[in-house]
Write a protein that binds this ligand. Structure first.
Ligand SMILES: Cc1ncc(C[n+]2csc(CCOP(=O)(O)OP(=O)(O)O)c2C)c(N)n1
Length: 626
């Protein structure tokens, strides 16, 4: 790590020669691969953006010039060259470097990210803010072709082209989102225009210019500009030129000399500019180049083979979802499945393989996904929209306005609900209950295991209105095989009562049930008699059972992995308190006080927030003592 030891900040890059910069790129790649092999992370995206990050920091002067990386998952090289190399080994670990860009972490991260398609809006806001405040500096937004499928990116391009401010958008095109990128725009921008056809166009224009009598310098420049426009008209540039951007590219995103020359060029230009850079996802690590989808976000792995260090011993909740949906879809041809660029993450690859005609990847377009599902539902189909809790936040208005208000039978499969672990604050699924709980018509379910998840999916598909099933990241706790069994629907609004003790009631929502069950076992060993309830439904609440529990035990602990305000526990508390006779019942609602839980593995974070068995036991003792 010879060269890296000399790079303590972006200014040090500017002292290196081109061969040294290439050697540095090699050292950075090594560090990224070794760190991801140990900690997991967004390996393939970051490997693809090494030269790009070096070139940007070589040419621009961060932090005065802002460099905003969309999503921020490709930021590892950027982090390494902006004074975070020594802490890089703590990537994604509790207390360590974040896996995304974060304003808290460095002045070189001018805008935090984790969700996609925000970079152009943020860059435009920053450049406009600089103008109004009389501050210096350029604004560069680096956005992947996948992130370009998000509506916000177009909203921002639209305003940027109109305002005409000096903003540089770098389109990092590797033809991949997490899976191969989808959509008409991608087909257009990745259109292979052969050098031959470009050369022919240029030649024809040159001949035309030459044929004009008496051409002076000025006229030549005007016509040269026309030539550029004609070329971009025939290439990908037309889309962006039409929006008021000056388009350059496509250029090889791993050739430092090309990148540096281009960025030096455009740094002096005015107005909105789009530089189209072509990169290879996973560049420099053979297993990631061969399978960029698997290495997009990867768990710790063996560097020599690329194989994961830990093999799953049980299916994940996402797997159960995907496989169960296939079974349900065999029986019901109206079922269609929708993902917003998360086919494998949500487990929908099973459905895609079996029913390609009934499967839709809409790109990173959660809002559109929901309204599209609404439209399908009006035609008698049964759309199932699988989106991670955190990304579904984007589509709240569509859920309200396009689905719930019209009482359309869309089933939301809300994956990664709860604490997500190493991805941290931007990805926590802690707000879906408070958001959804305000919506009439919506049935909300949370399974405590794989079999329950399968039953709830079946339940949602029997309803005449909208429903949501929220489930976490991770392995199911039970021995359920979704390919062997299809459990029947459950009764709507009915909880599962596991024991009917007298001293304390624990009402658990979703997968925290396992930890609650362990805590209950401990209490029973100590002679405390526990009433344990698996709530199953956030809406409608099992009023009868919860009121009976209040009457019998007069001490109620409600546990959920979500934000307390507006959550499940508060709803149960309000129900109990609405009855005069229960004013003195002791109720403790246990969950998260904030949605902004930092990164760290799930086990650690659950322990930290007292959502493991030990923490829940502590809560029980607090309640029993009080
Ligand atoms: C709103 C939102 N939806 C989904 C995701 C999950 N996600 C993270 S990166 C990514 C693909 C991004 O593709 P691209 O921008 O082309 O970057 P690449 O990884 O290919 O470099 C997706 C879908 C997200 N971060 N934000």
């Amino acid at each position: 790590m010879d060269l890296l030891s000399r790079v303590n900040g972006p200014e040090d890059l500017k002292k290196l020669s081109l061969p040294e910069l290439y050697a540095l790129a090699g050292e950075i790649r090594k560090l990224i691969i070794h760190t991801c092999a140990k900690n997991g992370g967004h390996l393939a995206s970051s490997l693809g953006a090494v030269e790009l990050s070096i070139a940007l920091h070589y040419v621009f002067n961060s932090p005065e010039d802002v460099i905003i990386l969309d999503v921020g998952h490709q930021a590892y090289a950027h982090k390494i060259v902006t004074s975070r190399k020594d802490k890089f080994h703590t990537l994604r670990q509790y207390g360590g470097i974040s896996g995304f860009t974060s304003r808290e972490e460095s002045p070189h991260d001018p805008f935090g990210a984790g969700h996609s398609s925000t970079s152009i809006s943020a860059a435009l806001g920053i450049i406009e803010g600089k103008r109004l405040k009389g501050r210096k500096g350029k604004a560069v937004a680096v956005i992947g072709d996948g992130s370009m499928t998000g509506g916000m990116a177009f909203e921002a391009l639209n305003q940027a082209g109109y305002l005409g401010r000096d903003i540089i958008v770098v389109l990092n095109d590797n033809e991949m989102s997490i899976s191969p990128n989808v959509g008409a725009l991608q087909s257009f921008i990745s259109r292979k225009i052969t050098d031959q056809s470009l050369i022919k166009v240029r030649k024809k224009i040159k001949e035309f210019i030459k044929s004009l009598p008496g051409i002076g310098e000025d006229v030549y420049h005007v016509i040269k500009k026309a030539e550029d426009s004609v070329v971009s008209f025939f290439t990908q540039g037309i889309v962006f030129e039409g929006l008021g951007f000056h388009y350059l590219g496509p250029i090889d995103g791993h050739r430092l000399e090309h990148l540096i020359e281009t960025f030096e060029h455009v740094a002096g230009w005015e107005g909105p500019i789009l530089v189209h850079v072509v990169t290879k996802k996973g560049k420099g690590y053979a297993p990631a180049e061969a399978d960029p989808e698997r290495f997009h976000g990867v768990a710790p792995f063996d560097i020599s083979t690329g194989e994961p260090l830990k093999k799953n011993t049980r299916p994940t909740y996402s797997d159960v979802f995907g496989k169960t949906l296939v079974q349900l879809a065999v029986q019901n041809s109206d079922i269609v499945a929708i993902t917003a660029a998360m086919t494998s993450g949500t487990g929908l690859h099973h459905f895609q393989a079996r029913f390609p005609d009934r499967f839709y990847d809409v790109g990173i377009a959660e809002q559109h996904a929901v309204t599209f599902a609404g439209g399908l539902a009006t035609q008698g189909l049964r759309p199932v929209v699988a989106i991670y809790s955190t990304f579904l936040q984007r589509a709240f208005d569509q859920i309200v306005h396009d689905v719930c208000l019209q009482n359309l039978p869309v089933l939301f499969a809300v994956d990664r609900a709860g604490i997500v672990g190493e991805d941290g604050a931007t990805h926590q699924g802690l707000l879906d209950i408070p958001l959804f709980n305000t919506l009439p018509n919506l049935v909300i379910m949370a399974p405590s295991g794989g079999r329950e998840l399968a039953s709830m999916l079946a339940t949602g598909l029997t309803l005449t209105g909208p429903s949501a099933v929220r489930y976490p990241r991770g392995l199911i706790p039970d021995d359920f095989d979704p390919e062997k069994e299809l459990p029947p629907p459950v009764e709507v609004g009915k909880s599962r009562v596991l024991s009917r003790g007298r001293d304390i009631t624990i009402i658990a929502l979703g997968h925290v049930f396992q930890a609650c069950e362990e805590a209950a076992e401990e209490l029973e060993k100590k002679g405390v008699s526990v009433r344990l309830i698996d709530a199953r439904f956030v809406r409608p609440l099992d009023e009868k059972e919860f009121l009976t529990a209040a009457r019998r035990t007069r001490k109620i602990l409600i546990v959920e992995e979500g934000v307390i305000t507006g959550g499940f526990g508060r709803a149960v508390e309000a129900l109990i308190r609405s009855r005069k006779e229960f004013q003195n019942v002791k109720i403790l609602v246990h969950g998260l006080h904030t949605p902004f839980v930092p990164h760290g593995n799930q086990e650690k974070m659950r322990a930290l927030y007292q959502l493991d068995a030990k923490g829940i036991l502590n809560q029980c003792y607090t309640l029993l003592k009080g």
